[in-house]
Design a protein. Structure first.
Lengths: 502, 164
């Protein structure tokens, strides 16, 4: 087993991995950029090293610096978390060259799944069902037209190197095709340095369901059940759950076995996720493989009872999977809310800043994976994910009720968060009925906001509270002549006021 | 102690006094039975009659909000005895400041000083967490002062421009 693991990440996932290390008796090494010195992961680690300026390209994405710190600290393995260098095969290579174990798949497996067209070619050979289309890039509009006619409109143009919706175009009619192809090619070229575009049949408003797999280095591969990830915004997942409300044991088995075949075809090791698109008739198609631990892994941990990070570390250390497919059974239901520093009243625009008040939920069936603390200033430089709140229950209704209850307890003051969004989702009739697809959240947000029936009683409570606060905790910000806030915490004044009230 | 409290724009007249047995409270002249404990800074436990409420207070450089349960209220508290009672309340006239709603970096200025702008027109672009946000003019008028400079870091509440 490893003695010391460097975590090449920040935020809640770095804390998550550090906790696993501590549980396993492994020393943890944090890295931090200039603006992250006070971050929670630095406080929780056994050792911490600076890796450069705020800009990720010069710190968390800087392969040379990370490897240098790993060597200097004597770490024998690196956990990349998600994002940053987690799916960078050059980084996996660099680790191997430095004699440091990369906790994840091999660089070769990563490369095979990294290009979507290459992945499609390999999956085609392995007989994996995927969305009808080309497995090679199309060059000319004529070629594209031929393919599109064969598979039928609407079609989706996608970048081979793609992700995050870049280089993606939905085309309904042949007349639109040439222009869409050209703009997708140039956008992909700009975004990824690779203009290769392929064509797929467009599945409108599909569900997005993914299957977790684990593979050891002895050739054993198992699936751990699916996650429903259809609730997304701007191609970013917002709420995930396991199991999916529409997947029955038979469908789970078929999806799981295909996921295992995908992983084996890629020579995959460690934890990975196979993403599927699912249409209204529950046909599912291979979409892509994520060659890392996912943000939403806790819902699988709760429904399987396994600790995926522990298992990742054990697999990387050369241990055999401690169970077989038949030993895996799912129990209960788990739902994860991604708490982002975003302003719901300003189109969910990021809202960094200082957390002035933090009240935390707890109690039955609640798990909170967080990278924030009261008094910490959320930097402006990174992804706005602050924490994940996960509710677990014997069934979906109980998991939902527990989450709603916990969201009521959760309070993050000083910055804006999307906590109110989850209240909206979890109480929405379509969510409760499990009627989800990737267009769900945009439709929900387009609905006119229900006028929070101006509860006169609660407003009056607020009015009374405002006065009581002024007496008991008088720190109301005053504004000076320039309109800037000045702190008003003179003890003399406060005492004087309280005296005056007696 | 008398206060004028505005909750989401609606005004309340609040009389609040500490007495031996606890509090004496009147809202718009009507007696209300209350008990209050400050649980910690910015968190209040209030009993109104026997109904229990947990109130959270949130203050930014520019405003104050109170949360009753999961509902957020914009609060203004005025002490009528104090000299400055917001005589300069918003009447749409006079200069208005554009402030940064969140910390970030100014990436672009969309107009020059002296430019005429419409209400809702973008004036400055602030970037935070890899997203760009147009800070819009609150009113129609002339950009009298452009405080923001491209490339500068700003804090929440910093004045970016003044439109008159």
């Amino acid at each position: 087993m490893f003695k010391k693991i460097l975590i090449a990440n920040r935020g809640e996932i770095a804390v998550r991995v550090i906790r696993a290390c501590r549980e396993m008796g492994i020393r943890s090494v944090a890295v931090y950029s200039d603006v992250d010195r006070a971050a929670l992961h630095v406080r929780k680690a056994d050792e911490a090293y600076p890796v450069g300026p705020a800009a990720a390209a010069e710190s968390y994405l800087n392969i040379e610096k990370i490897i240098a710190v790993a060597k200097r600290s004597g770490a024998d393995a690196i956990h990349p978390g998600y994002g940053f260098l987690s799916e960078n095969s050059r980084f996996a290579h660099a680790c191997a060259e430095a004699g440091i174990k990369f906790i994840g798949p091999t660089a070769a497996a990563m490369e095979m799944m990294g290009s979507k067209t290459r992945a499609r070619q390999n999956m085609e050979k392995a007989g994996i069902p995927f969305v009808p289309g080309t497995s090679r890039g199309v060059e000319t509009p004529e070629e594209a037209k031929k393919v599109a006619e064969k598979i039928g409109y609407p079609v989706m143009l996608k970048a081979a190197a793609g992700g995050g919706g870049k280089g993606m175009r939905l085309v309904h009619k042949p007349e639109e095709l040439a222009a869409a192809l050209e703009s997708a090619q140039s956008e992909a070229q700009r975004a990824f340095g690779d203009g290769e575009i392929y064509i797929e049949k467009a599945i409108l408003n599909p569900r997005h369901i993914e299957m977790q797999i684990l593979a050891d280095e002895q050739g054993n591969t198992v699936y751990l059940g699916e996650r429903e990830c259809s609730i997304q915004r701007r191609h970013q997942k917002v709420l995930e759950e396991a199991p999916s409300p529409i997947v029955d044991p038979d469908m789970r088995k078929r999806m799981g076995e295909i996921a295992v075949r995908v992983a084996q075809a890629a020579g995959y090791t460690n934890a990975g996720t196979i993403e599927f698109l699912v249409d209204a008739q529950k046909n599912f198609y291979f979409l892509e493989m994520n060659t890392r631990l996912q943000v939403e892994h806790p819902v699988t941990e709760l429904t399987t009872g396994f600790d995926l990070v522990h298992l990742q570390i054990r697999i990387a250390a050369g241990e055999k999977l401690p169970f077989q497919q038949n030993d895996i059974s799912l129990r209960g239901h788990a739902i994860e809310c991604r708490i982002y520093a975003e302003d719901p009243d300003n189109n969910y625009f990021p809202s960094p800043g200082k957390i002035t008040l933090l009240l935390l939920p707890s109690g039955p069936g609640i798990r909170r994976d967080s990278g924030m603390y009261e008094g910490w200033t959320v930097p402006i430089d990174y992804d706005p994910l602050l924490a994940k709140l996960i509710g677990y229950g014997t069934d979906r209704a109980q998991a939902t009720a527990r989450l709603v209850r916990a969201l009521h307890e959760y309070f993050v003051g000083g910055i804006k968060t999307n906590i109110s969004l989850f209240r909206k989702i979890l109480n929405d009739p379509d969510f409760v009925a499990g009627r989800l697809d990737t267009g769900y959240l945009d439709r929900l947000l387009a609905k006119p906001p229900e006028s929070v029936a101006g509860d006169a009683g609660a407003a009056e409570v607020a009015a009374i509270a405002a006065g009581v606060f002024a007496v008991l905790d008088p720190a109301t910000p005053r504004t000076d002549a320039n309109g800037t806030a000045v702190e008003n915490t003179s003890t003399w004044k406060r005492t004087g006021r309280e005296e005056a009230l007696r | 102690m008398n206060y004028e409290v505005s909750i989401d724009g609606k005004n309340y007249r609040l009389e609040l006094n500490r007495v031996d047995t606890g509090w004496q409270c009147r809202v718009d002249g009507r007696e209300v039975e209350i008990d209050a404990v400050l649980a910690r800074r910015d968190v209040l436990s209030i009993l109104i009659g026997s109904k229990a409420f947990e109130i959270k207070r949130e203050r930014t450089a520019t405003d104050m909000h109170l949360w009753v349960g999961s509902v957020r209220y914009a609060v203004e508290l005025r002490d009528p005895r104090s000299l400055r009672t917001r005589a300069s309340a918003d009447d749409g006239k006079g200069p208005r400041k554009l402030v940064a709603p969140m910390p970030g970096k100014v990436v672009r200025l969309l107009v020059n000083e002296g430019a005429e702008v419409e209400a809702g027109q973008g004036v400055v672009v602030v970037e935070a967490m890899k997203m760009q946000n147009e800070i819009k003019s609150p009113k129609q008028g002339i950009v009298r002062k452009l405080v923001a400079t491209a490339g500068a870091n700003v804090n929440a509440g910093d004045v970016l421009a003044v439109v008159e």
